[in-house]
Write a protein that binds this ligand. Structure first.
Ligand code: NAD
Length: 421
């Protein structure tokens, strides 16, 4: 059972730490080692002056946290959002460490963020923030140091600006400095879809474990961005019945099933799922408690908490978002017998193909989409099997098993390196 004070339930870094403590104690890891594994390696705060389109000068606050470089360079996205905090970036950086270790790829964990609202910024303002943020981090990022990627509020274009800024300074084109780039700049085939595809793969694995068929399964997805929309499309094509979807503007529900290809056309026109004719309107949070078999939170943190977990109707939760469930909610979901595929496993498809992108950039040799997808499937199935076996052996939830497997791998590497000497 994770220990966390009720009034601190929504503090994401505490939530990471609460699960870490349970897993590390179960593994019997020495307290000194636990301190090293839990604490970030480096935290950088940046102040980013930008001239806005109206001529006024604004100063934005940005962060980069490198949680661990024990198993390889730091790896993790850059988030542009008004809600970014150092604590959140710290939590996200730590999750990256455990995620990379769960899927056994040679990266540590890092994350970055800038407090800004990309929806209210012009393209030029966004570019200015991105370039100055990157320039300030030149000494700390690099293909062998720390490799950023997209996250909430950032995309391929932002990654192209990061790559260009870094390349200008090192005076050669460095494609392996970021992942999630456009294909024409050394991006990988299949990267855009990778997190959603990974969600499909682990959902299939969960059903196999539970002895269920895809076609009987009614799915609700909260979030229709990069991850949620691709997951919806791939699950729909694979035969799952998508009955509910929500984004920041509202939700939609149809117990008979939603035609996702029509929903995508509607979304491309209005940039929201709200108002789709083939379903009734539902509140964007209430969608989580609406009748379904599989719930996929694919939006933001802290959606399933001790205050609402008992209302969940799904019997399976696949965490496509990072940190959608609080540590206090874990126990309620477990008591209800809900099968939870945890974020550090469920959404690891993105970083796995980011790893493939980094390998291809360094090779200068690019793989077909079929090869990327085949290797992604292989790694995700293997990781699901490893975590599932760990859970059965140690009689713990998949979440604690994923943390245990990851911490065990990082601790082993730490011991080999003697990084504390
Ligand atoms: P995105 O910005 O493309 O999409 C986010 C979606 O969530 C949007 O549809 C937005 O409208 C919706 N949303 C935001 N707040 C909401 C709310 N309160 N209620 C309902 N919907 C809301 O971001 P993304 O890249 O799809 O990332 C989504 C989640 O997945 C994040 O937690 C991110 O950290 C995680 N993740 C992303 C990747 C990736 O490859 N992009 C990889 C791993 C994990």
């Amino acid at each position: 059972m994770a220990i966390i004070a009720a009034e601190r339930e929504l503090e994401v870094y505490e939530n990471m730490g609460a699960r870490f403590d349970v897993a590390a104690n179960k593994l019997g890891i020495d307290p000194g080692f636990q301190k090293v594994l839990r604490t970030p390696n480096k935290e950088i705060t940046l102040y980013i002056p930008v001239m806005m389109d109206n001529g006024a000068i604004e100063v934005f606050v940005g962060y980069r946290v490198q949680h661990s470089i024990v198993r390889g360079p730091g790896k993790g996205g850059i988030r542009f959002s008004p809600a970014v905090t150092l604590d959140e970036v710290r939590a996200l950086a730590s999750w990256m460490t455990w995620k990379c270790a769960v899927v056994n790829i040679p990266f540590g964990g890092a994350k970055g963020g800038v407090i800004c609202d990309p929806e209210k910024l012009s393209r030029r303002e966004l570019e200015a923030i991105t370039r100055r943020y990157t320039a300030e981090l030149l000494a700390d990022i690099g293909p062998e140091r720390d490799v950023p990627a997209p996250d909430l509020g950032t995309n391929e274009q932002v990654m192209a600006w990061v790559m260009d800024t870094y390349s200008m300074h090192v005076r050669h084109t460095s494609t392996a400095i970021v992942t999630g780039k456009p294909l024409d700049l050394g991006g990988s085939r299949g990267r855009r879809e990778a997190t959603g595809r990974g969600v499909l793969i682990v959902t299939d694995q969960a059903l196999r474990k539970l002895g269920r068929e895809r076609t009987d399964q009614r799915v609700i997805i909260q979030g229709f961005g990069n991850v949620g929309s691709v997951a919806a499309e791939l699950l729909y094509e694979a035969g799952y019945k998508i009955v509910g979807v929500a984004d920041i503007h509202g939700g939609i529900y149809n117990p008979k099933g939603i035609d996702v290809s029509k929903l995508i056309t509607h979304f491309l026109e209005g940039h929201t799922v709200a108002g789709f004719r083939g379903a009734e309107a539902v509140d964007k949070q209430e969608i989580l408690f609406t009748d379904c078999d599989i719930l996929i939170p694919a939006a933001i943190e802290n959606q399933i908490t001790s205050r609402n977990a008992d209302k969940i109707k799904a019997s399976v939760i696949v965490e496509a978002a990072n940190g959608p469930t609080t540590a206090l909610a874990d126990d309620i979901l477990e008591e209800k017998g809900i099968y939870v595929v945890p974020d550090i496993l469920a959404n690891a498809g993105g970083v796995t193909v980011s790893y493939f992108e980094w390998v291809q950039d360094r090779q200068g040799y690019f793989w077909s989409e079929a090869l990327v997808n085949e290797r992604l499937e292989h790694l995700m199935v293997e990781s699901f099997t490893d975590v599932s076996a760990y859970a059965e052996r140690h009689k713990v939830s998949l979440r604690i098993a994923a943390y245990m497997l990851a911490i065990d791998r990082v601790a082993f590497a730490l011991k080999l390196r003697g990084l504390y000497a």
